[in-house]
Design a protein around this ligand. Sequence first.
Ligand SMILES: [Zn+2]
Length: 207
Amino acid sequence: MTITPAQRISIMRTWQRVCKDRGWKSSDRDLRLQTFGELIGRAIASTDDVGRIDECTKLMKGLTAMLGVSLQAAREADDTSINQGRVLRHQIAGELIPCLELYIQDVPSYITTIIEDKSRWWKLDRPARSMTILDLSAAPIFRTVNGEAREFPSPLKQLQFTLAARLNSLRKAAGHSIHDMKIKASVPCGCSACVSARNLAEVPQPF
Ligand SMILES: [Zn+2]
């Protein structure tokens, strides 16, 4: 089953609204194919390549989500990455940020600077206020490299990599072991001494 002319028109109308919304040129063919490809998860050479009905549905949901008209559409488009996003944000907020605070004065600004330096795409998309980890998607990025669609880590995952690497350098420069850092930051430590201490504490003690 292929998509109908009416569906095709509806896709193009929604695309024009997205472009208007974001100040993009709707006549920019490369941008359109790139965006459509990212939304359906494979590279396309022309809009006519979006032939399958499931891809058409995915594309419409993605475009609607970009418009932000329907929260439900945004949720569904993001469905598979919601859980991963939660885990990553939890790790960044609960573990990386408390540790970074040992070495950096203003961690929120530090993170905002990293996010905003990262890519043109995010800059185009960025809200008027400063960006935070809540603005980053956990959905993988699809880009066409030498005619092939390739999957890249999500913006949130990339931020996690960057923060972990920076934290590691800061920790070493301060002469702290991982254990020192985690204890100072009051986050759970996974070193063998701490793990055995925790296991011991869980053994019921006689009164
Ligand atoms: Zn430890």
